[in-house]
Write a protein that binds this ligand. Structure first.
Ligand code: ASP
Length: 316
């Protein structure tokens, strides 16, 4: 191997999707084309330097599971430990990319770049977006000084902590909210606006050992998301409590507000030993804590990332 190797890990998604017609951008089946085939279709990728390719999974990311995430984290850790590996690119579906990004950043805390990329159109589209996204991801993975888990889509670099899918159809489907993107890739050159995600080595040690042996989804702590809305009540929380849920994230309204009936059920669940975290259902911003709060806030994490975070904390 050579010290400039980039590892490309395939997991499926629309980027590997196939439709019957080139003009069909939505009626496709995700995860049909291998990552090796995707790479072979982009000669410019190989020209950027040596690559190692591995298919870790082949799924539509709506079906992502924690055992697959654990396998992915294991492969990422394995390759990051090789001195001749410069960085990693992961092809992934857009639907749950933000959860995988947050999971890998928390579990692996990489000092090298781990770049998730994706597509909104299948590989068979008349004008697919996957090849340019892969090329841009490769550029970021080879960029001197790059580190941490990031996502690259539509010429934009997002941090794992901030990235969120915000559009079901547009090619530029992701946002970093109030924080803004980490940067852009312009004609093969990354333009950085702020720092790369930084590592926290302590978190890595705890989680990676724990997840190695969890091979079935039922082995993972059960954490569910409930939401506050007009007419909300405690029925769902009570049902989940009866089923032995271990954690609850509530997607609260505004600055963490909850219908009194839902709040009463959540406090009861918390008193019974369930870990409860309050996030906001607002797209931007965070729940600002105030004195007297009975439920902890998600520290700026969206509901889905707060859920991943709580699962990892319950594993500790
Ligand atoms: N359902 C697809 C997936 O997440 C959507 C996409 O990749 O854009 O795998």
């Amino acid at each position: 191997m050579n010290s400039q190797n980039i590892v490309i890990l395939g997991t499926g998604g629309t980027i590997a999707g196939r439709a019957c017609s080139a003009s069909d951008n939505i009626g496709y089946t995700a995860a049909q084309v291998s990552v090796a085939q995707l790479l072979a279709a982009i000669p410019a990728m190989v020209q950027t330097g040596p690559v190692i390719v591995e298919q870790v999974a082949q799924i539509d990311s709506k079906d992502m599971s924690f055992p697959i995430l654990a396998k992915l984290a294991e492969r990422v850790s394995h390759f990051l430990a090789q001195p001749d590996v410069r960085g990693i690119v992961i092809t992934h579906g857009t639907d749950t990319l933000e959860e995988t990004a947050y999971f890998l950043q928390t579990v692996c805390q990489p000092a090298k770049p781990v770049v998730l990329t994706c597509a909104m159109r299948p590989a068979t589209a008349l004008v697919p977006d996957g090849p340019q996204n892969m090329l841009d991801a490769m550029t970021v993975a080879r960029h001197p000084g790059a580190s941490g888990v990031v996502a690259v889509c539509a010429g934009t670099i997002h941090s794992a902590l901030d990235v969120q899918k915000v559009h079901p159809y547009k090619l530029d489907a992701f946002s970093s909210g109030d924080a803004g993107p980490l940067g852009y890739v312009e004609e093969g050159t990354p333009k950085l606006l702020r720092n790369w995600p930084s590592a926290n080595k302590k978190a890595k040690k705890i989680a990676i050992e724990k997840i190695a042996n969890l091979s079935s989804p039922g082995d993972w702590p059960r954490v569910e998301i409930v939401m506050n809305y007009v007419g909300a009540n405690g029925a769902v929380v009570d049902a989940l409590l009866a089923q032995g849920v271990q954690g609850l994230v509530v997607a609260a309204t505004g600055n963490g507000t909850l219908h009194h009936a839902l709040e009463a059920a959540l406090l009861q669940a918390q008193a019974a030993g369930v870990r409860v975290v309050r996030a906001t259902r607002c797209l931007n911003g965070r729940v600002l804590p105030k004195s007297g709060d009975m439920l902890v806030d998600s520290k700026g994490l969206s509901p889905v990332k707060a859920r991943v975070d709580l699962i990892l904390r319950l594993l500790k």
